[in-house]
Design a protein around this ligand. Structure first.
Ligand code: PNS
Length: 159
């Protein structure tokens, strides 16, 4: 069975990777969809977000990373996936995910599985990582090394 793990990944964190890797262990094939949420302002452009997720998952043979445009259910159809896998950090996350799961199932019948994030990473979010990095903090414990390097390089050029 093929699953889609969608997200903004701005940037990909160890919390995302925990969910992505567990999805790759559960399903034969995984497609990570790197999308755009119109409600969000992005630090990294779409190509860079895709490239960083690819670099951080290069060891996984049953996983590909693709840009996700338009509706998530249309993306699932296009790549031949019957299941969406999301990570859930908190009760608030689950509340939102249940509504989206019900809507996506009503749209095309696609199912959603919410994997509780490992406790080790439950407090990590891309928003906090971006904020800490922009103010000169060390985010290396929370992100893959390619992301830590990219954030350091950006800080160097952004002043
Ligand atoms: O959790 P994120 O990072 O905000 O997810 C971003 C993304 C692009 C995966 C999400 O916004 C999405 O699924 N967008 C597709 C639009 C869509 O299908 N909307 C209806 C959802 S019920």
């Amino acid at each position: 069975m093929r699953a889609v793990v969608p997200g903004s990944f701005d940037p990909v964190t160890n919390g995302h990777l925990d969910v992505v890797r567990r999805a790759a262990a559960l399903f034969e094939q995984v497609v990570v969809g790197v999308g755009v949420n119109p409600a969000k302002a992005y630090l990294f452009g779409p190509d860079e977000r895709v490239a960083l997720v690819r670099e951080a998952t290069v060891d996984l043979g049953n996983l590909v990373v693709e840009p996700l445009g338009g509706l998530l259910v249309d993306f699932c159809r296009r790549v031949g996936a019957d299941v969406i896998v999301k990570g859930g950090r908190s009760a608030g996350d689950f509340e939102l995910e249940v509504q989206m799961a019900q809507m996506n199932r009503a749209l095309t019948g696609v199912e959603t599985i919410v994997l509780p994030t490992s406790a080790e990473w439950a407090y990590v979010s891309s928003t906090l990582v971006r904020q800490i990095a922009s103010l000169g903090g060390d985010v290396a414990p929370f992100v893959p090394s390619c992301v830590a390097e990219r954030l350091r390089a950006r800080r160097g050029t952004d002043g």
